[in-house]
Ligand binder design. Sequence first.
Ligand code: GLY
Length: 388
Amino acid sequence: MSAQKPVLILGGGLMGLAIAHQLARAGMAVLVLSRRRSEAAGFVAAGMLAPHAEGLSGDLLALGQASLERIPAWVAQIEADSGLHCGLRPCGIVVPFASAAERDAYPTAPWGEALDRQGLEREVPGIGPAWQAGLLFAQDGQIDNRRQLMRALERACVDLGVQFLEGSEVLALEQDSHGTLAAVRLRTAEGEEQRLPTGQAVLSCGAWSAQLLPQLPIRPVKGQMLSLQGPRRALGRVIFGPGTYLVPREDGLLVVGATSEPEAGFSEGLTPAGQRQLQAGLTALLPAAAQWPPMERWWGFRPCTPDEGPLLGEGPIPGLWLAAGHHRNGVLLAAITAELIAAALQSDAVNAAGPGPEHEIWLHSFRWTRFSPGSSQANGNPEPGLTC
Ligand code: GLY
């Protein structure tokens, strides 16, 4: 690492790594503080790249579309820096509906190709009988986040000189007499308390972000998942059904997601009800897959804000940047989040004029203060408090 004081990345999940990677590429010294790798949402998610299939709207749809456009180049950069594949599959996503009326009312219907039952059977051979219509979003896709992307990003970061403090828990943020970020206090994997002086840090602690800064409106929404081994190429497209989705990897592994349990808080573990829900959803979408052998079951915690959009940009403490609260869309939004936060930090470090106009618009739309009393809701997404 160079002699300059490193930027501290608080959280070694997908956001933290993606930002660390961009900063390191720009020649900045970076230290990632990571508590427990396995709990990072990047290892839990199914890896859908689905701004259209998820039916996003308003600024969140536009942010998702902008990130989707950047993903091929972003992935190519990670693959070049790491020498590892990320498992990007621009395979398209099919959203099935019980009726054509439901299909036509879907928020992103104008971006999709309308399918009747025959079209559905063509795109998804073996789809369950309950589905009479569908939308094909050929521009959406998936990436193998759990087995490939996270590993490649970690390798790219290490090869670019990013330093890691694994097993370290951030305890508190210290401010100087002007209120600016001065240091981070942490407990190391060995149980020692340490104080790391710093001028700049990025908070990317996912669902745990509000444990450090209680003013951030981020709550956990638990999701349970499972995977099955299917025949290779049994399913070409991702299927995004109501409450359940099926994500086929290149080698036939089928990832089945996901429950959405805001009431579960941080309660760990699988539940019979959650697993039954996934099994029922799987059977309704692709009956034959119910016979495929199960491989793994797991759970994780999505970081959810009141409008389900992320918190990006300057945080409540000068010197602290936010990249958190990506809810269902973390994998999709990692590319643009890394670009926005890395550019903002770089311009701050050299006292430049600030981010460019496009970046400024995004950072304004997703500022953390948008939920404060008196701030008009920037995003055309669900009403605050409806789902999390
Ligand atoms: N992106 C899908 C989910 O959060 O389950």
